[in-house]
Design a protein around this ligand. Structure first.
Ligand code: SF4
Length: 470
């Protein structure tokens, strides 16, 4: 892997942003001599206990360190690593808040391993706080193997730089073999370290520096002002390595997690993903999305959008407002397709009216009756919902139509209603209502220009069909 031409690390090292990482590396990593730092071990132990509390889901605040977990923090000052016995750790743990046996055993095991490690300690004696490979390995061996990468965070927390940034390794795996979120294990840690060391032996540049440059590329050092592109959600759209990157060239995975789906937004090609996969982004955590994806295997997105909140709840559960989020999403989608006329726009005919109402009316299950008011230049003044129900049972009274029109000083009006059956052909009642309203308009001096009936993807204009010549 390391001997290949143009490895991930070589390409990263040639980036302009990596050259910019040089001064921060020198500042951060070479700023002090650890061998002369008498406070190193107490700080390291504090960081270790703090991390352990977090990793095992226990409170790790400053006050927790000073109060309930203080007996544990005191151990570093109390124990002589050459003479310690496990009992000292269990006694102190017993003074802390009660722990279940599993966590208690895991934490005391790690601390015991730490004190054994302390007999030898860090063997780095140079003027730089770079942790040697051997020291890295010894340090990681204190922890259960599943924590090998996490263990390095403790060293970083006290200003030591171990070889093995997890983010750098993640970027490497994305680039080299398309693994978006790789597994972190002791063997992958060793592989990554070997990669850095092998390249450094060829170029003479420190292995740590390669690790640092790749970590910066993986957006680890944003707080230091270093630009990177391959962070948690990679910005492939602006990445200079994109042309050679395995993940960027890989197929879209419909079973990807939300982060990878978000990353695919930056990579492009979302149109290839099934709708269920796209909806998963809105439904974190993941398990809520399965019901939706099953539904979409046989049902359409439209049918899903028609579902009531209670029905959506059955599909995705209630947590995190998932049914409500879906409704909001569907509403946004619906509005996006609308071609609404806004106040001041000219209405040129029934086709404009249809475009204005088409999407809105499409999913309405009952008849709705609207009034559209125009000024002298046929520009929209406003619209009003006049009635809801069926025309048979909710007759439209001329007063309901013309009162708002008079108030708005409209010069003319249009009326619009929908046929939920989808067929816009006017009924006898539709024609009668139109005549009544047209007569009233003629008396008042606000002519009724048209009655547009909206059906499924088509409309019927009484004016265009010569049915307004009363
Ligand atoms: S193209 Fe995307 S995934 Fe690949 S290295 Fe660049 S940022 Fe990372």
């Amino acid at each position: 892997m390391a001997g290949k031409k143009h490895t991930f690390l070589e390409r990263v090292a040639n980036l302009e942003t990596s050259r910019e990482a040089d001064p921060p590396f020198d500042r951060m990593v070479k700023r002090s001599a650890i061998s002369a730092d008498p406070g190193l071990y107490p700080r390291l132990f504090d960081a270790l206990v703090g991390h352990l509390l977090v990793w095992y889901g226990l409170p790790a605040s400053k006050s927790a360190a000073q109060w309930e977990w203080a007996p544990l923090y005191r151990l570093e000052r109390e124990i002589d690593p050459h003479y310690f016995v496990q009992r000292q750790i269990s006694d102190r743990l017993a003074e802390c808040p009660p722990l279940d046996p599993e966590r208690s055993k895991a934490i005391s095991g790690i601390l015991a391993a730490y004190f054994r490690w302390r007999r030898q300690g860090l063997r780095t004696t140079g003027p730089e706080p770079l942790v040697s490979l051997e020291d890295c390995e010894n340090w990681c061996a204190i922890f259960p193997s599943s924590m090998a990468w996490q263990a390095l965070d403790v060293l970083r927390a006290v200003g030591l730089y171990p070889l093995g940034s997890a983010a750098a390794y993640r970027a490497h795996r994305r680039f080299s073999d398309g693994a978006f979120t790789p597994d972190y294990s002791p063997s992958t840690l060793r592989q990554w370290q070997a990669e850095c060391v092998a390249l450094s032996e060829i170029t003479g540049l420190e292995a740590h520096r390669y690790d640092f440059m790749a970590a910066a590329f993986a957006e680890e050092f944003h707080p230091l002002g270093l630009e990177g592109t391959c962070g948690e959600i990679p910005r492939c759209d602006v990445c200079l390595l994109r042309r050679h990157c395995a993940w960027a060239a890989s197929e879209h995975h419909s079973d990807a997690g939300p982060l990878e789906l978000l990353a695919q937004v930056r990579r492009g090609g979302l149109q290839d993903l099934p709708t269920g996969a796209l909806l998963r982004v809105f439904l974190e955590p993941l398990d809520g999305a399965q019901g939706i994806e099953q539904f979409l295997e046989s049902g359409s997105l439209r049918r899903l959008a028609d579902r009531t909140l209670a029905e959506l709840e059955e599909l995705v559960g209630r947590e995190g407002g998932r049914p409500e989020r879906l409704k909001v999403l569907f509403e946004i989608c619906r509005r996006f397709n609308e071609d609404r006329i806004v106040a001041g726009d000219t209405i040129r005919g029934a086709a404009d009216v249809f475009a204005h109402f088409r999407i809105r009316m499409r999913d309405i299950k009952q008849e709705q009756f609207f009034l559209i008011m125009l000024d002298a230049k046929r520009r929209l003044l406003g619209e009003v919902t006049v009635s809801q129900g069926t025309l048979d049972h909710t007759p439209v009274h001329p007063r309901d139509v013309y009162a708002p029109a008079i108030r708005e000083r409209a010069s003319s009006v249009l009326i619009v209603h929908n046929h939920p059956t989808g067929d816009p052909t006017p009924s006898k009642d539709d024609i009668n209502v139109t005549k009544r309203l047209a007569d009233a308009g003629a008396v008042i001096g606000i002519p009724l220009l048209d009655h547009v009936i909206i059906g499924e993807e088509r409309y019927f204009s009484l004016s265009e069909n010569g049915l307004m010549n009363f």
